[in-house]
Design a protein around this ligand. Structure first.
Ligand code: PMP
Length: 428
């Protein structure tokens, strides 16, 4: 099956290249391949399966909804209403009344595209500011905003007027300073460029940022970086778009990661885990003052996925009922403790995480260069031992973990043990 699909499918296939398994079925935090081997799945549909594979309550809801109404375009329906109310109820109190919602199609990139169009329409401006190392999707526009250069090099820049600025990647500081003394010079560079009437860039339509760069290698933004970015964008009346496609829906321990930074964005982009079980949906939530769109200004056939609305509303209920966000924080601390012994290894540059989003950055100690090959070997080795993990970051040098948010302590323990043993065994 693996080789047949390799022949039939495009070269662009991603995951099976380094995770050569064909999946038969799955449940909770586990998947089973066609040979009957069971794996702990800490890729979890690229962060989609927040409540694990096939959560029984969500399966039942999806089944029922399929027999009632599956596809609703953008007509009002009761399940859509329940979904919208559930999502808004998870926003900080002060934001609930002023945020509007727009459904954008099935994927995160669709929502990123919509956010950019909205801000361009509302401001009448055309430039966009994005950050080095960020990832926003594979559509032409979302890829143009993506600062991970390896991924976009072959397709060039799909959209003019995108400007990249340094992110607060302290472990590899873009301005060669150390966190103790840097005074967040990375954001200072953006400040100066925006204030510089002569050589600076024109006032942009938006700034788009991730609170934790996911594909970029699990890099949480510094608190002061985000707060000064919010201050600056407020002062200059630039809409701030926070891309919560990966960090959203509880992944970092709060419903949205921006809550941990004490800021309120103008636009939130969300997708992946919104439906809890992988039924596709993507949306933007934005301040009502930005709603300058004409009727039908941004459409799309697949923005009425009733299965996603039904499971998504129930997923919010389950997250609250089962105190899933508490589990994210507790299991996150457990991961930090279990991975800590790796910190002393010279090939481990840094271990970073928020909630249940973790990354181990590997380096060649003699050069300090990202050790992408070692990360790949770790990924292959843990797969042999029954654990599915992802890599990311510059040259793929970060081994990443995105477990389901309701994962148990036992499963975290087994997975971290496999990972620590694999890394220690592979030390050159
Ligand atoms: N933004 C971020 C932060 C993401 O991590 C991703 C997907 N990894 C996307 C956007 C794009 O989402 P999708 O692949 O669903 O288009």
């Amino acid at each position: 099956l693996l080789s047949r699909q390799e022949k039939r499918e495009s070269n662009a296939r991603a995951y099976p290249r380094h995770l050569p398994i064909a999946i038969a079925d799955a449940a909770g935090s586990f998947v089973r391949d066609l040979d009957g081997n069971v794996f702990i799945d800490f890729l979890a549909g690229a962060g989609v399966l927040s409540l694990g594979h096939n959560h029984p309550e969500l399966v039942e809801i999806a089944r029922r909804q399929l027999g009632t109404l599956a596809h609703g375009l953008d007509f009002p329906t009761p399940v859509k209403d329940a979904f919208i109310e559930a999502q808004l109820s998870m926003l900080p109190l002060g934001m609930r009344e002023r945020m509007k919602m727009h459904f954008c199609g099935p994927t995160g990139a669709n929502a990123v595209d919509a956010a950019i169009k909205l801000c361009k329409t509302a401001t009448g401006r055309s430039e966009i500011i994005s950050f080095q190392g960020g990832f926003h999707g594979s559509s032409a526009a979302a890829m143009a905003l993506t600062g991970l250069v390896e991924q976009k090099r072959p397709v060039a820049n799909g959209m003019p007027g995108v400007h990249f600025f340094p992110y607060s990647y302290c472990s590899r500081c873009p301005v060669n300073l150390s966190p103790e003394t840097c005074a967040i010079n990375c954001i200072g560079y953006l400040e100066n460029s925006l204030h510089d009437g002569n050589g600076g860039i024109p006032l942009p339509a938006a700034v788009i940022v991730e609170m934790v760069q996911g594909e970029g290698g699990v890099i949480p933004a510094r608190l002061e970086f985000v707060q000064r970015l919010r201050q600056l964008t407020r002062q200059l009346e630039i809409p701030l778009i926070v891309d919560e496609v990966q960090t959203g829906c509880g992944r970092t321990g709060t419903w949205f990661a921006f809550e941990q930074y004490g800021i309120e964005p103008d636009v939130i982009v969300a997708s992946k885990a919104l439906s809890g079980i992988g039924t596709p949906v993507a949306l933007i939530m934005y301040d009502a003052s930005l709603d300058t769109w004409a009727p039908a200004a941004h459409t799309g056939t697949f923005r009425g996925n009733q299965l996603a609305f039904a499971t998504g509303a129930e997923a919010v209920h389950i997250v609250q009922r089962d105190r899933v966000l508490d589990n994210v924080c507790e299991r996150g601390e457990q991961v930090a403790g279990l991975l800590a012994p790796l910190e002393s290894l010279p090939w481990v540059r840094e271990i970073r995480g928020r909630g249940l989003m973790w990354g181990i950055e590997l380096q060649d100690p003699s050069t300090g260069m990202p050790a992408g090959d070692l990360a790949l070997s770790v990924q292959e080795q843990v797969l042999r031992l029954g654990l599915i993990l992802e890599t990311g970051g510059r040259n793929g040098c970060v081994v990443r973990m995105l477990p389901p948010l309701n994962v148990t302590a036992d499963v975290i323990e087994s997975a971290c043990r496999i990972l620590v043993n694999a890394i220690e065994a592979l030390m050159p």
